[in-house]
Design a protein around this ligand. Structure first.
Ligand code: PLP
Ligand code: LYS
Length: 479
């Protein structure tokens, strides 16, 4: 058990601390890995050191250094399988590559039978390198270049998700000039306010994606596609945002899309409803970043959405389309952690006796921009030892801010978390649930090389992406 000699002094430091609450009352609590937040195969062993899929984090760091992304391979694959089951067909699950993609991950997704959502030529290139079946790839984006469209059509990409009138014309030409009839979805902006951060909500009216339903653009897009011999409309698409915890927004989106199909039937006849065999409701399924987050299991949310679609179709006397989805975060996010080494610890006096503890690690906003960009909250733990080192001693908890090494005061990895006041340079910290939108949004800010990505499974580890080197960066320089 531990008391908190330093607790009160630090406890009051940051009154708005989202994850702070009361200081942990035991060292077990301070060291706890909440199962819903941490990779399924991450455990703290009796020696106090965390193992992920049976691999000691210290061994990973000795081998690969820090910062380091560690993926629990079985966790990633299990989540693929759970979404495949929830959607009733793996091919209806389009893993959103933007969350995280490398060749090996594309192979995992392929071997699980899932489809893939790519939104750039770069993501497509990785998918093709992994021999991902092109017919199971959907290509997204609000401003795909002509070159990207050409590559996609030539590769035989199964679906292109149309996002603008210009794109309809461009793709029509690209497909016609190659004698291809390209299957497409029309992305509909359904006007739903998803309850999430403004920057990751995508189906309210005032943003750049899709064709507005309310303004009639979606119906006009359908008209134009139907009049284009080189395009074949096979369904509609809607994506309302990201990190969503309840089915309400999806249900409204589904109702509006089905309503649009009913209107289109009036205009184009019943054959069109047979043709619109797929409704893709996008991604956005939320995950637990901290113990306060309670996302529903995938099956629950998806069953609710599918029930609504079925009822709406029965009501409108429409054939029930296949419901597809595009989970990215919910598959890639929870099974990965980022390991950092503590470099410096600084207590800064804020006045009124308040102190903020800054714990600097060897990465930062270059490997995790989400905290700076969205105010995202994360769970962070000491993982290279137990807080009390296994000794019956009192360990205090200090409310800490984990910051990176960049020249930016907004370079925060975890805004507020309790860390043991025994923390010392050289200790290893892990930040949980960093599998989605961390590596994929990584940068070279301050010319910091991107970290490696390692997969762990059954007590073994292997490199998926090596650490970027200064030579990699220098290679871009012209002589
Ligand atoms: C069109 C589309 N599909 C799928 C996703 C994946 O979202 P998430 O990772 O939240 O599941 C996104 C990103 O928000 C997206 O824009
Ligand atoms: N990048 C965002 C989500 C938006 C993704 C794609 N529309 C995040 O980190 O949460």
């Amino acid at each position: 058990m531990c008391a908190h000699p330093a607790g009160p002094r630090h406890a009051e430091v940051h009154p708005h601390a989202p994850q702070s609450g009361l200081p942990p009352s035991t060292s077990e609590e301070l060291d706890r890995l909440y199962p819903k937040v941490w990779p399924r195969n991450a455990f703290r062993a009796p020696d106090g050191v965390v193992r992920i899929a049976g691999v000691d984090v210290r061994e990973l760091v000795r081998t690969y250094g820090t910062p380091l992304f560690v993926i629990d391979e079985a966790d990633f694959k299990a989540r693929c399988a759970e979404y495949a089951e929830a959607f009733d067909d793996p091919a209806l699950v389009h893993y959103a590559a933007k969350a995280f993609l490398c060749t090996e991950v594309a192979r995992w997704v392929k071997n699980q039978g899932l489809s893939l959502d790519v939104s750039s030529g770069g993501e497509l290139a990785i998918a093709l390198r992994a021999d991902f079946p092109p017919e199971r790839i959907a290509f997204h984006g609000n401003n795909k270049s002509v070159e990207e469209l050409q590559t996609a059509v030539e590769a035989g990409v199964g679906l292109i998700v149309l996002d603008s009138f210009y794109e309809i014309a461009r793709l029509a030409e690209v497909a016609a000039s190659r004698d291809v009839v390209q299957p497409v979805l029309v992305r509909v902006t359904v006007g739903v306010e998803a309850h999430t951060h403004e920057f990751i909500a995508t189906a309210h009216e005032d943003q750049k994606f899709g064709f507005s339903l309310a303004a009639g653009d979606a119906a006009e897009a359908v008209r134009r596609v139907l009049n284009t011999p080189s395009l074949r409309l096979v369904g509609l698409h809607s994506h309302i945002g990201s990190q969503i915890f309840d089915a309400d927004g999806f249900e409204v989106a589904a109702r509006r899309v089905i309503g649009l199909i009913a209107d289109l039937r009036k205009e184009h006849g019943p054959e069109l409803t047979e043709q619109l065999s797929t409704v893709d409701l996008g991604g956005g399924f939320g995950i637990a970043y901290t113990e306060r987050d309670n996302p529903p299991p995938p099956a629950q949310m998806i069953t609710q959405i599918r029930d609504i679609v079925r009822k709406e179709c029965e009501f409108a006397d429409l054939p029930v389309p296949r419901i597809a989805g595009e989970p990215g975060r919910a598959i890639a996010g929870p099974g990965t952690v980022t390991l950092y080494e503590v470099g410096t610890i600084k207590d800064v006096v804020l006045g009124d006796d308040a102190v903020r503890r800054f714990v600097s690690v060897d990465g930062g906003m270059s490997d995790n921009i989400r905290t700076a960009l969205y105010g995202a909250a994360y769970d962070c733990r000491l993982v290279s030892r137990a807080s009390d080192d296994g000794q019956p001693q009192e360990v205090g908890a200090a409310m800490s801010r984990v910051v990176g090494k960049h020249c930016e005061s907004g370079d925060v990895v975890v805004r507020d978390c309790w860390l043991p006041d025994t923390l010392t340079p050289g200790d290893l910290l892990a930040v949980a649930a960093t599998g989605a939108y961390c590596y994929s949004m990584a940068s070279n800010y301050n010319r910091q090389p991107r970290p490696p990505v390692v997969a762990v499974r059954n007590g073994t580890h292997r490199l998926l992406l090596r650490r970027e080197t200064y030579e990699d960066m220098l290679r871009l320089e012209v002589p």
